[in-house]
Ligand binder design. Structure first.
Ligand code: NCD
Length: 318
């Protein structure tokens, strides 16, 4: 059927075959990224602008590297220092940038839905790099690629997503993706952090880590997102670590070959024991970062093909 998207706003808009297309192309970019010379020309001549209205280390660096390796002109807008501070609206900023003819706009914003709104106002491809508690599609895709490479498949797996699900766009995008690819997802955490309505996504909810991790293939830990909490979601970090922090004892309930994932940034000793995070036999956290660059290259490559095709069609119509 082919990859037909104009933007990458959320996993909710992707068909399973489109997810597979992105991952297959990303596999090729993993090989390229392991060579000495890491250049391809899929984005040559195109302009990519990164607009991050929230702090980011790995996601922004990953998108920047992905664009550069594919030959795009990449610009990072320092949004903290920009006109936003002077009261300009998100849409005004987007319109200004639009006048500079970007081809790809990568946007992270603290409000759910902001990236979607922006995509309606510009005439280039927009990639959501995380919007509030809503979606973080490239994170779910890089997680999927990591799982597929480690487990040899991306279906019929038991995956436990643990911790602060309520505030996590990573959890939401992963839940949707893993469901679309026919995996069984469990959400594990205290009721304050795993609201019952998440069952709507077809996930099973567990309050107890030892039960929740029993015989799973993948253990995905989430950061406790303090900046999005406005009250007492947990008694104390110590108590939280005791009940929900991933350590060797809790991990022993998962399958012996279960992999451990974390999107980063990690709070060692809060949601995960540092030794587990660094255990190269169990943890694939570094692979996730590596897959991130490849997945972003693949997503931007596929979107750029559609941008170019649409422009050719419009030119023909004129
Ligand atoms: C995540 C995010 O920003 O949503 N991090 C990331 O993109 N690597 C998860 C988090 O902040 O905990």
């Amino acid at each position: 059927m082919g990859f037909s998207q104009k933007h990458l706003l959320g996993i909710e808009h992707l068909r399973p075959d489109e997810i597979t297309d992105i991952l297959d192309l990303a596999d090729q970019y993993v090989d390229l990224n392991r060579r000495d010379v890491k250049h391809a020309d899929a984005l040559t001549g195109l302009t990519q602008i990164n607009m991050f209205f929230e702090n980011s280390t790995r996601t922004q660096a990953s998108f920047e590297l992905a664009g550069k390796r594919l030959g795009a002109d990449v610009m990072n807008m320092a949004m903290q220092a920009s006109s936003i501070k002077k009261g300009e609206t998100l849409i005004d900023t987007a319109m200004t940038l639009n006048a500079m003819h970007p081809d790809l706009l990568v946007v992270r914003h603290p409000h759910s839905g902001a990236v979607d709104l922006l995509s309606q106002k510009v005439n280039c491809a927009v990639l959501n790099a995380g919007d509030g508690k809503h979606e973080h599609p490239t994170q779910a895709l890089l997680d999927a690629l990591t799982i597929r490479r480690a487990k040899g498949r991306l279906h019929r797996l038991n995956v436990a997503i643990c911790g602060d699900v309520a505030h996590s766009r990573v959890a939401r995008s992963n839940l949707i993706l893993l469901g679309k690819m026919e995996n069984r997802v469990r959400l594990v955490g205290p009721p304050t952090l795993v609201p019952a309505q998440f069952a709507e996504f077809g996930a099973e909810i567990y309050e107890d880590m030892t039960e929740g991790l029993k015989d799973v293939d993948v253990v995905m830990m989430l950061r406790l997102q303090r900046e999005r909490m406005d009250g007492g979601f947990i008694p104390s970090e110590r108590e939280y670590y005791h009940r929900y922090g991933l350590d060797a004892e809790k991990l022993a309930h998962a399958k012996p070959d279960a992999i451990v994932m974390h999107p980063g940034p990690m709070n060692r000793g809060v949601e995960i024991d540092g030794e587990i995070a660094d255990d190269i036999n169990r943890s694939v956290i570094q692979e996730q970062v590596e897959m991130g660059v490849a997945v972003r290259m693949a997503a931007m490559d596929l979107l750029a093909r559609n941008v170019r095709a649409e422009r050719i069609n419009t030119a023909v119509e004129v």
